[in-house]
Design a protein around this ligand. Sequence first.
Ligand code: FAD
Ligand code: DHB
Length: 389
Amino acid sequence: MRARIVIIGGGPSGLLLSQLLHLSGVETVVLERRPRAYVMARVRAGVLEWGTVETLREAGVGERMDREGFVHEGVYLSAQNRGFRVPLKERAGRPVLVYGQTEVTRDLYDARDAADGAVIDEAAGVEIHGVDGRTPHVTYRKDGRECRIDCDYVIGCDGFHGVSRGVIPKTVLREYERVYPFGWLGVLSESHPVSDELIYANSTRGFALCSMRNEGLSRYYVQTEVDEDPAAWSDSRFWDELKRRIPEAAADVLTTGRITEKSLAPLRSYVAEPMRWGRLFLVGDAAHIVPPTGAKGLNLAVSDVHYLHRALVALYRDGSEEGIDRYSDLALARVWKSVRFSWWMTTMLHRFPDQTPFDQRIQESEIDYLEHSGAAQTVMAENYVGLPF
Ligand code: FAD
Ligand code: DHB
């Protein structure tokens, strides 16, 4: 088989790039390792920057998102039982949209199916060949058969544990990493959200986050040990711990519900440079990971897609290689700003194992400063709603 572009990974970045390129007249083949039901069931991000919203609309998948998503014009922060609101829209001119990644993925799959897009799931043993030359190809197994696709370019949208990044020689790849000594235990609960906007809570017992999916579905997280077993957390243990970390006013009105999902996520910052090697491009989590505190991972994947889509269209329409040559630098400039913001939010809000009373006071005074300084709120809001593409 031959295709102009092979995309490895059918997560949000792979599907979105394939959909945008399709609308621009460039067809792709997407290879996904997992069954579709598995990809669709993964509960992850919930907050979309406005640039992400606009990109999803551009891809023709905005209709249900615009109908069912929740526009949030502010977020709450709290420390030691005191909460306050950062008015995002007032400070940064734009709100964010609460709409789950599972829904984004479903909308993208529907759009790809409607256009007869080639998305091959359960593609095993994907291997990338010849991206350092002019004639790359990709091999994989499907239903026990060996398959091969010859192509112009390979795009690695295969997440942090994918195969694409490993193709770049160690002598070329530069890696930057910080692993945080804690994780997040997240639950989905069939209950009315405790607050109409998100609450990010610092407490001496550790961080907590109150988020939501819709009026009947809440998403809550508490900071735990990184090797914690979610099974060791009964529902009542989870609710008790959450209530002790958020302001009393919120804890008093928190309604609990049936928990339908419980999972642990480690926290890590990681960047791989460059994001292009020969005819291979890395996009999204394949190239970078941020801790979830700033709600940036999915949004960064979308901004990478935005840059690469434009670059590839310029190449195929006008024969211009300028865009693909600039892709890595352009994407990384935005990536590093989000890495910094996510690190800052994480550092301000979490309890570190070696945390001293001094460190705790520094965190509290940072949050106090945010409460009372319009300038500090503007800096936070501008980053939280998303820097321009
Ligand atoms: P992925 O979603 O990881 O998709 C990669 C795909 O490639 C997968 O489907 C995988 O099966 C496939 N694949 C892997 N290896 C291979 C292979 N060898 N061959 C073929 N296919 C392969 N981000 C936000 O913006 N806002 C948030 O609020 C937010 N909250 C989060 C909360 C949690 C608890 C977690 C864990 C993450 C959160 N994120 C958030 C991050 C966000 O979910 C990711 O950044 C996003 O999924 C990245 O998309 P991606 O398509 O690049 O990678
Ligand atoms: C959600 C996840 C995040 O990491 C975040 O910062 C905000 C919301 C969520 O899953 O809803």
